[in-house]
Design a protein around this ligand. Structure first.
Ligand SMILES: *[C@@H]1O[C@H](CO)[C@@H](O)[C@H](O)[C@H]1NC(C)=O
Ligand SMILES: *[C@@H]1O[C@H](CO)[C@@H](O)[C@H](O)[C@H]1NC(C)=O
Ligand SMILES: *[C@@H]1O[C@H](CO)[C@@H](O)[C@H](O)[C@H]1NC(C)=O
Ligand SMILES: *[C@@H]1O[C@H](CO)[C@@H](O)[C@H](O)[C@H]1NC(C)=O
Ligand SMILES: *[C@@H]1O[C@H](CO)[C@@H](O)[C@H](O)[C@H]1NC(C)=O
Length: 549
């Protein structure tokens, strides 16, 4: 009886907070295996409603998204919403630290709101190496009708989901990593799940009307390589990056690091014929590229075979990064409200340095952040915390904010750091290795204020862009370089900070940041949803009454 009352009360609170009056969009996804041969070799892929890449999620700012996922694979499944902030709601983040997996033959319904966000994002299956097998799709959020966008309406919009690709299936790749070896280089690059052979017989992926302007949404959904994206004869005007309207510079090509998204405008103002779109690897000892055709309506003249080259050095890429600026006068839903327009004037209360490393643990390859190589416990971290049994599942703060220069002791354990609610924190990523790193932080967007070769020191703060740095969710760190981000930890929850490189992530280069509101207020975080799946050591424990009031 008492429990029923509590449940009803919980439901009312939940209904009052989550189910705001904003419109709903509904999706039903049937997730299954299928055979595809994007590089000529048949292989097993993860399809959503028989599609590869998966169907897009299309919505406007503040919409409620409902996705009923049917898992028809032979293994557990979860989806995560890359770049979506899920305010107060890490319950729906779909990482192994926040949710129990959807078991084969069952379904689970995600419910979340895209609060105060606009732009181009993607979703992907987060467990194991699933993202290497498909299940990835675009997620676009339009501005609400009342909020103007700083450019005219395009004629149409086209997705370019670009990424490196392996012809071995995800299970074979997992076996290699489980043996402690590297999966090595990819076999190719795909654009929307395919690559053009340019044999003169292929149809364009998209067509444009002469004279019209189109919006392209470009995301690197791959597993390892930074990619340079370019279109024969068509410069691109950058208008948005990961939720921020940018100063509208024009680029011949863009370096897109793994996990990053750009939205550009392209005008069909060239001779009507087909043009080649290229995404090719950067900073690698090998060269791989993926191609697609974009045509002009009314013309079937084949594309020129002169393919523009990518720039060569990583220094070029660093310089391009410095040209990305936030448009301070564009009105839009802001990713970080509460005065963060003036992020340059807020006092930093804590500086955390994250240093990545690679090592061998009894002969087996592992990757680490500050000497800890993360493993997921069977009980999701967030659930263990909510049920008050976190001490039985993991330890908080086993890494230091300021690691020693030489990390000699390596620990393989769940890596969970706590951050004080609403603290304004500086995070430095230092990359002492020779490969480019890329990190995504769930639940937030951050100001990417600086990036340089060499080691970071407090004097480097003088080089920061404290005026119009772009607020985004994924940061690259060049070889033997550092990158610095600033953010307010104002979104309570358990949030995954992960390497976007599949091998590094799977072998431990990720962690969670736990942010709790001291008042335990429902204003700051939702209670465990009634529909949440329960697993691990809390499976048969009584559900705690509402923790937040
Ligand atoms: C989902 O996909 C599986 C495998 O392709 C198929 O057997 C099943 O009928 C599909 N279910 C629905 C509801 O479409
Ligand atoms: C996508 O969403 C927008 C805004 O919610 C809507 O205007 C548009 O018609 C949708 N497009 C498709 C293809 O569903
Ligand atoms: C599973 O799908 C059914 C049919 O659409 C739906 O009624 C039910 O709520 C779903 N279950 C979960 C746990 O989401
Ligand atoms: C910024 O946005 C404003 C307002 O929409 C627009 O007029 C202006 O051209 C944009 N500025 C730049 C440099 O792109
Ligand atoms: C920031 O720190 C400076 C120096 O410690 C102090 O004078 C100032 O009041 C602080 N500003 C805010 C907004 O707390």
């Amino acid at each position: 009886m008492a429990r029923a009352v509590i449940l009803v009360a919980m439901f009312c609170l939940y209904a009052a907070t989550v189910i705001a009056e904003d419109p709903y969009v509904y999706y039903t996804w049937n997730v299954s295996y299928g055979t595809i041969s994007p590089l000529g070799t048949p292989q097993q892929a993860i399809l959503i409603n028989n599609l590869f890449p998966g169907p897009e999620i299309n919505c406007s700012s503040n919409n409620n998204i409902v996705v009923n996922v049917f898992n028809n694979l032979d293994e557990p499944l979860l989806f995560t919403w890359h770049g979506i902030q899920l305010r107060k709601n890490s319950w729906q983040d779909g990482t192994p630290g926040t949710m129990c997996p959807i078991q084969p033959g069952t379904n689970y319904t995600y419910k979340f709101q895209v609060k105060d966000q606009i732009g181009s994002y993607f979703y992907f299956p987060s467990l194991g190496l699933h993202r290497m097998a498909g299940g990835v799709g675009g997620l676009r959020i339009f501005s609400r009708l009342l909020i103007p966008v700083p450019y005219p309406d395009p004629e149409d919009e086209y997705w370019f989901l670009i990424g490196d690709w392996y012809t071995k299936g995800h299970k074979a790749l997992k076996q290699i990593l489980d043996r402690g070896e590297s999966i090595g280089m990819p076999d190719g690059v795909l654009i929307n799940g395919q690559t053009a052979k340019l044999d003169g017989k292929e149809k364009p992926l998209y067509t444009m009307k002469p004279g019209k302007t189109y919006k392209l949404r470009i995301c690197n959904i791959g597993n390892k390589d930074s990619l340079n994206f370019r279109i024969q004869g068509h410069p691109m005007t950058l208008v948005e990056t990961e939720g921020s309207h940018t100063v509208q510079n024009t680029y011949e090509s863009l370096d897109v690091h793994v996990g990053q998204c750009f939205t550009v405008l392209v005008t069909a103002n060239q001779e009507p014929r087909d043009y080649v779109v290229v995404a090719s690897t950067r900073f690698t000892g090998y060269f791989l590229d993926g191609k697609a055709l974009i045509g002009y309506e009314g013309s079937d003249k084949a594309a020129s075979l002169f393919i523009p080259h990518a720039p060569i050095t990583w220094f070029w890429s660093l310089n391009q990064f410095k040209t990305f600026r936030w448009n301070l006068t564009a009105s839009a839903a802001r990713p970080n409200p509460q005065g963060s327009y003036h992020y340059g004037q807020i006092n930093i209360t804590r500086t955390i340095k994250f240093v990545n490393s690679v090592f061998r643990d009894r002969g087996k390859l592992r990757y680490a952040i500050n000497g800890v190589s993360h493993v997921d416990p069977e009980t999701p971290l967030k659930l263990a915390q909510y049920y008050g049994v976190d001490d039985k599942v993991f330890k908080y703060n086993i890494i230091s904010d300021n690691p020693h220069d030489f990390i000699s002791k390596i620990t393989v354990a769940p890596n969970v750091l706590t951050a004080t609610f609403r603290d304004f924190i500086e995070i430095i990523f230092e990359n002492p290795t020779i490969s480019v790193q890329s990190y995504n932080l769930g639940g937030y967007s951050f100001f990417l204020v600086g990036m340089e070769e060499g080691r970071w020191g407090p004097e480097k703060r003088e080089t920061y862009n404290l005026l119009d740095a772009v607020s985004r969710h994924t940061v690259q760190v060049f070889p033997n370089s550092w990158s610095a981000i600033l953010l307010t930890f104002d979104n309570a929850g358990m949030w995954n900070l992960r390497s976007e490189n599949a091998e590094n992530r799977y072998l431990g280069q990720q962690m969670y940041i736990s942010v709790l509101s001291p008042e335990k207020s429902l204003r700051d975080e939702y209670n465990l949803p009634l529909t949440q799946q329960i697993c691990g050591i809390v499976k048969d424990m009584p559900v705690p009454g509402p923790v937040y009031h």
